[in-house]
Write a protein that binds this ligand. Structure first.
Ligand SMILES: [Zn+2]
Length: 490
């Protein structure tokens, strides 16, 4: 405590001096607001060289732990401790937020799906239907209720059965949900069924040519806590044709959950009713040390947090280092799910940084306003303004930038799903650099942005130093601006 106070006092002097220096420089009238002053200061303080030191530390952690920092491994726990210790020493309020993941799953005996009333008919396990790993065990006999089915099926795959919570309006809790394969992930359908009080879930293949058989597919979702199976189209069609049918659904499996922790660090100052959240996933894939994916985002937001530790922020800034992103956004998803409605409302925006130093990089900004008109729609109101603010940084430096589809496939997904605006930077993964991007950023067109994506070679040599430096600055700039001013966000 005593040492921290001394450190704090010294730091305050250093910061006051730095602020005075920034203020003493001749500045245009537009550059005198605190957000501008502190953004300029933080951009100076956050360097690629400092971020690189965190990458070296994460690499050492991986090397000492079998070459990985994946969920559930000692390498992840050492990464967690590294980040948490740095933030605690810097004076942040640090919380280790427990989250669950599937440690192991095994099916003990084949599943059962049998019509029990009005007729009796048993379906053939592992032929007519399969258990969805990692289904919890369960043995339930209940009436089947169809959920927004399209029968006969549309000519092309398009069913949204179970994709929207509204599909379950009128669903009677305790029944078994009968759902059709379609446009959204199986996991989404199962979660929605769970929220609606279903006692079990049967999803059946959609019915177009090539989409009729049952098969086994791990959906990475278990939290509904109910047995779930995937049936062929014929089974689903038959059950749907006889409303009121009762079935017995049984899954005999052993599901073991493990626990990891998100590291959450919050500034002690700032309005707690106006929270600016900044996140990066801390885990790697099992195959490698994950230095670009996502040591790079981790290092940049960690260094940003450390350098701004004494800033008199107006808004509370909350840094999140997510666990288990690579196995299904589990850390961020469970975090958002655990928030009360009031806690969600206080989060004004979320910034996400997942891969910011790809060796064959492009500066890609999440297309929050859907100006590219590609893939997913625009993000919640405010997402466009976040994209604009990030773009301003690159524009001021005369650097190019392009959009990247706002598809929710990183930790911002759970935030935008509950209406929290989000944005972020991405330098590319396994996709190939375009000729246009080569003209803008250099590098090599036709080659992956990150040739070591999700591989053992994603080491400290898999980092582009320029991209790391520029993006660390871009992150510092945006975090500082939002820490003092969120009026741009509706
Ligand atoms: Zn990642």
């Amino acid at each position: 405590m005593h040492i921290n106070l001394r450190r704090g006092a010294t730091g305050f002097v250093a910061m006051a001096t730095a602020v005075a220096l920034v203020l003493a420089q001749p500045t245009p009238a537009s550059a005198t607001s605190p957000d501008d002053v502190f953004a300029k200061l933080l951009v100076k303080q956050v360097t690629g060289a400092h971020a690189k030191q965190h990458l070296n530390a994460l690499q050492s952690i991986a090397t000492a732990n079998g070459g990985t920092r994946a969920a559930g491994t000692p390498g992840y726990r050492a990464s967690r401790d590294y980040v948490a210790n740095k933030l605690r020493k810097a004076g942040y309020k640090v919380t280790l937020d427990p989250i669950n993941f599937v440690q192991s799953w095994a099916e003990n005996s084949p599943p059962t799906l049998t019509q029990t009333a009005p007729n009796s008919k048993a379906y053939v396990p592992n032929e007519d239907f399969f258990t969805f790993p990692p289904s919890p065990a369960g043995d339930v006999t209940a009436q089947v209720q169809a959920v927004d089915l399209t029968l006969p099926p549309a000519p092309t795959p398009s069913s949204t059965s179970g994709c929207e919570t509204a599909d379950f309006n009128g669903f009677v809790a305790g029944r078994i949900a009968l759902i059709q394969r379609g446009t959204c992930p199986y996991a989404t359908k199962v979660r929605n069924a769970g929220f609606a009080g279903a006692a079990g879930v049967i999803i059946f293949n959609e019915g177009q040519p090539g989409r009729t058989d049952a098969f086994t597919v791990d959906i990475g979702e278990w939290r509904a806590g109910i047995p779930m199976v995937f049936a062929d189209f014929a089974v689903g069609n038959e059950l749907a044709a006889a409303p009121g049918t009762t079935v017995r659904l049984k899954v005999d499996a052993t599901l073991k959950l493990g626990t990891d922790h998100n590291v959450i660090a919050e500034t002690r100052l700032g309005n707690p009713r106006n929270v600016v959240m900044v996140g990066a996933h801390l885990d790697s894939v099992p195959a490698g040390p994950g230095i670009n994916d996502n040591g790079s985002g981790t290092a940049a937001i960690l260094e940003t947090a450390l350098q701004m530790r004494l800033y008199p922020v107006r808004n509370k800034v909350r840094f999140a280092f997510w666990a288990a992103e690579e196995i299904g956004l589990l850390g961020s998803d469970q975090y958002v799910e655990g928030l009360s409605a009031a806690e969600r409302d206080r989060i004004r925006l979320y910034l996400n940084f997942d891969m910011i130093a790809s060796p064959n990089y492009a500066y890609k900004l999440y297309d929050g306003d859907n100006s590219d008109g590609e893939g997913s729609p625009a993000g919640p109101p405010g997402s466009a303004q976040i994209e604009r603010q990030l773009a301003n940084f690159f524009d001021r430096r005369g650097l190019g930038h392009v959009g990247t589809d706002f598809d929710g496939r990183s930790d911002y997904g759970p935030f935008i799903a509950v209406g929290i605006p989000a944005g972020g930077i991405f330098t590319g993964a396994e996709g190939l650099k375009t000729a246009e991007e080569q003209a803008l950023f250099g590098g090599t067109a036709g080659v992956a942005y990150d040739v070591c994506y999700h591989q053992a070679c994603d080491t400290t040599t898999n980092i582009n130093a320029t991209a790391l430096d520029v993006n660390a600055d871009a992150i510092a700039d945006s975090v500082a601006r939002f820490a003092f001013n969120t009026t741009a966000i509706p």
